[in-house]
Design a protein around this ligand. Structure first.
Ligand SMILES: Cc1cc2nc3c(=O)[nH]c(=O)nc-3n(C[C@H](O)[C@H](O)[C@H](O)COP(=O)(O)OP(=O)(O)OC[C@H]3O[C@@H](n4cnc5c(N)ncnc54)[C@H](O)[C@@H]3O)c2cc1C
Length: 497
């Protein structure tokens, strides 16, 4: 088999890139190890139920959001609606509704934390100001880290005098910004930690201020529920690829990538040999030491090789169904913090419930749910005790704080890092990208262009933070790097027609 370009992995990053290559008439082969599209944002079915495997909350679906812009270029649409409140946060000391409207959100927080009311107002005014500046820059798809003059030009295009204000944030943490604004309260920090661990994979004390403040603002730019789950992004992109004449090879894990005279030779686990001029890896960087042959792996720089051995979080997840007669005005998204300072192993978890009118996920009268919690893959010993301890923590919290959910559960089952490893092929079930600390955000960031000519990377190893929105940016960047085309120029062409 021979292709101009091969994409390895049908996560949202790889699908984004392959769909744009298809749209612009390129020959591309997409090889996916599993039988499903979407990776961490995919779904699986059991009986009449469809469960999102991990990602559930849609960011970037608002007008001008990255998913909307991509769908516009591809001539497709995804059905979703904005959620408000975005989520409810349940902590031993408080229950907070995260309002979509920025002003209402701040007023809400001030009511919960009256002692630091003015600190919260001042902190969030700054968060929203920084969020708006970064959003403006992101409209031009700046690449990070900058590699050439074109990258510099893009940054400048999205820059204004306000952009200067971002520079000091490179050396600050969210915690230092909080301190500056006089908003240091242990419970408020727990609230922010809860938001950041899900999006930035780290907490206020360690999170880069530049990315952390943007992440705190993003929830208020438009958080959406997607009908059928976020796997609809994957299904839609998959359809663009196949109806555009290219093929997706499911159940075709790529075993090795070797440099050849004209490009690369890939071997699948079934022994199929594939030639490609260029290759886009939509796998985590931790997979590269196994996937690339030794000669190719050593061509990567020290930074890449170090990142390939760096551990990140894994996830423990639960799936099930709830009888909706038990539910009252239950939020579709609830974040639980079961003990002050809790961040992992059920002490912090995210519950997502399907919408009442979404019968693609559960039969009428029932709702499907997904719960996820961070866990350290290194400390994970695959035994039922650890899994049942996490389940126990989650059930105890639900019984105390969301009894309507607890009592309404019809069935439930759970997945461990081992399941994640089997389903997504991510080593040790590590998911969600690198924690966005200061050093990670500046020195540690990887580019979509690897040090090997013709070898590119997309996905959550090369875009800060864990979201379908972020990996969509990475897929667009990979497409641009491979073709030399500009996504925004494609958009302009469409508007001119
Ligand atoms: C539990 C959890 C909850 C999350 N919640 C949210 C959320 O609410 N909202 C949000 O926006 N984001 C969320 N995220 C983050 C988001 O889902 C991910 O960051 C994103 O989907 C990762 O996409 P990716 O492009 O990096 O590819 P991945 O999802 O990692 O997919 C990679 C694909 O490559 C395939 N593959 C791997 N190796 C090979 C090989 N050798 N050959 C062929 N194929 C291979 C895999 O099977 C997989 O399909 C969550 C993530 C997790 C884990």
């Amino acid at each position: 088999m021979k292709f101009d370009t091969v994409v390895i992995g049908a996560g949202i990053g790889g699908l984004t890139c392959a769909s744009l290559l298809t749209k612009t008439g390129r020959s591309v082969g997409l090889f996916e190890a599993s039988g499903a599209l979407g990776g961490c944002a995919g779904a699986f079915s059991r009986g009449a139920f469809a469960y999102p495997v991990g990602a559930t909350l849609g960011l970037g679906f608002q007008p001008n959001g990255v998913h909307q812009r991509l769908m516009h270029v591809l001539g497709r649409e995804i059905q979703s609606f904005p959620v408000d409140p975005v989520m409810e946060v349940k902590h031993p000391h408080f229950t907070i509704q995260v309002k979509a409207d920025r002003e209402a959100h701040v007023q809400n927080l001030q009511a919960y934390f009256p002692e630091i009311s003015s600190g919260i107002a001042s902190f969030y005014a700054y968060v929203f100001q920084i969020g708006s500046t970064i959003k403006q820059m992101m409209q031009h798809f700046p690449r990070f880290p900058m590699k050439n003059m074109e990258d510099v030009k893009r940054w400048l295009r999205g820059s204004s005098w306000k952009t200067r204000k971002l520079v000091p944030l490179l050396s600050q943490t969210v915690y230092s910004v909080l301190k500056h604004h006089g908003a240091l309260d242990p419970d408020f920090i727990d609230y922010l930690d809860g938001q950041l661990i899900d999006s930035m994979q780290t907490d206020t004390r360690h999170c880069s201020a530049l990315f952390g403040l943007y992440a705190l603002d993003v929830y208020h730019s438009g958080s959406h529920y997607v009908y059928g789950g976020l796997s609809q992004i994957a299904e839609t992109l998959g359809d663009v690829i196949e109806s555009g004449g290219n093929s997706i090879y499911k159940h075709e894990p790529v075993h090795s990538v070797t440099k050849s005279r004209d490009g690369f030779t890939l071997q699948t686990e079934d022994g199929r040999s594939i030639q490609a001029r260029q290759v886009i890896l939509n796998v985590p960087v931790q997979s590269l030491c196994d996937l690339l042959d030794a000669a190719l792996f050593t061509k990567l720089t020290v930074k890449w090789r170090q990142k390939a051995s760096q551990a990140i979080w894994s996830s423990c997840t639960m799936y099930g169904a709830i009888d909706e007669t038990y539910l009252r005005n239950t939020s579709l998204y609830t974040q639980h913090i079961t003990v002050p300072g809790g961040k992992t192993n059920g002490e912090h978890f995210f519950l997502s419930i399907s919408s009442r009118d979404d019968e693609t996920r559960a039969p009428a009268g029932l709702r499907s749910f997904t719960i996820s919690t961070h866990t350290n893959p290194r400390s994970w010993i695959e035994n039922n005790d650890q899994k049942s301890q996490i389940e126990e923590t989650i059930y105890t919290q639900l019984q105390a704080k969301q009894p309507e959910v607890y009592e309404g559960i019809q069935h439930a089952f759970s997945a461990s890092p081992k399941t994640w490893e089997a389903f997504t092929r991510r080593p040790s079930g590590m998911v969600g990208g690198f924690p966005v600390t200061r050093s990670e955000a500046v020195r540690g960031a990887l580019s979509v262009q690897t040090p090997v000519k013709g070898l590119y990377m997309c996905g959550d190893s090369v875009f800060p933070g864990a979201s379908t929105m972020g990996v969509t940016y990475s897929g667009i960047h990979a497409f641009e790097a491979v073709t030399g085309l500009s996504f925004t120029a494609m958009e302009e062409l469409l508007y001119d027609l």
